[in-house]
Write a protein that binds this ligand. Structure first.
Ligand SMILES: C[S@@+](CC[C@H](N)C(=O)[O-])C[C@H]1O[C@@H](n2cnc3c(N)ncnc32)[C@H](O)[C@@H]1O
Length: 267
């Protein structure tokens, strides 16, 4: 345990500790990254960090009872998710216990009840169909393409049918066109990210109604929906075709084992 955050011993690969991140030596699983993250991020997410994060909130098309924020870092988006959906159980998961300690501090200061979990977004401990909404902000430009793809597969597994995934990150078109931007951000995988397509990766993970929206010109938010069983996913190309969850009942006794909100199962 680090300040009350459950910490598991082997959660990440060495790529997370051996490579710089935002110019911070030693990767982002160290104490320094957690301390400097918020002060730096406000300058590298133009035109306004909160405004960009709000674009993810505005893209939510489900009425979530359980929300999982993967790679939550210091919890900036996680807090906004809880503020937007106060009745929902909100869980932030990150590989860095230091980030989680900072996140918990921010949540307490804002009087927000959020659960923080130490873990790898590629392979979480949560059961199938445990969440209505899975999000990740500013995570995919940090991870190798294989890891991003694994995270999308995991998101698919974790979502109920009709559940939504939202990925907020740098605008891939812009990063491709303005090559010099990739040098500004000291990120080992940003060129891989720029050369890829979150849309295509979501499709490969099984999501339907995949759609990317530009946020100003430097960020993007990509939305996908886990299709209902038997649905023809090839004709689902519009965000308007979501099947939002309407039952907002929350079983608070289920907090620890994260059973499925769809089927009310327990571990
Ligand atoms: C750039 S930060 C983004 C943090 C936060 N989502 C935000 O929007 O500010 C990336 C975070 O992802 C975490 N991370 C990277 N790979 C991860 C993985 N495989 N599983 C869980 N967290 C991961 C890092 O520890 C870091 O806190």
């Amino acid at each position: 345990m680090i300040l009350g955050i459950p910490v598991s011993s082997d959660r990440g690969g060495c790529q997370y500790t051996s490579q710089n991140f935002h110019g911070i030596e030693g990767g982002y699983l160290n104490f320094g990254a957690a301390v400097s993250y918020d002060p730096i991020t406000q300058y590298v997410v133009p035109p306004n960090e909160t405004w960009v994060r709000q674009a993810l909130i505005d893209a939510i098309r489900v009425q979530p009872r359980r929300i999982l924020d993967l790679g939550c870092g210091t919890g900036s988006t996680t807090l906004m998710l809880k503020q937007a959906f106060p009745q929902a159980q909100v869980i932030g998961l990150d590989l860095s216990p230091y980030m989680l300690v900072r996140a918990e501090h921010k949540a307490q200061s804002a009087n927000l009840d959020i659960t923080w979990r130490h873990g790898n977004a590629e392979k979480t401990v949560f059961k199938d169909a445990s969440f209505d909404l899975v999000t990740a902000s500013l995570l995919f430009h940090e991870t190798p393409p294989t890891v991003s793809q694994a995270i999308l597969h995991e998101s698919f597994r974790l979502l109920v049918e009709g559940g939504q995934v939202l990925i907020l990150d740098g605008n891939q078109n812009t990063l491709r066109q303005l090559e010099w931007l990739n040098d500004v951000f000291e990120e080992p995988y940003i060129r891989d990210y720029a050369g890829g397509s979150v849309d295509a990766s979501m499709g490969a993970a099984g999501f339907a109604a995949v759609q990317t929206q530009d946020i100003w010109w430097i960020n993007q938010v990509t939305s996908g929906v886990k299709p209902m069983r038997g649905e023809n996913t090839t004709i689902q190309r519009s965000v308007g075709q979501y099947a939002p969850t309407t039952d907002t009942t929350i079983d608070n006794n289920d907090l620890e084992d994260f059973g499925s909100p769809a089927f009310g199962t327990k571990a």
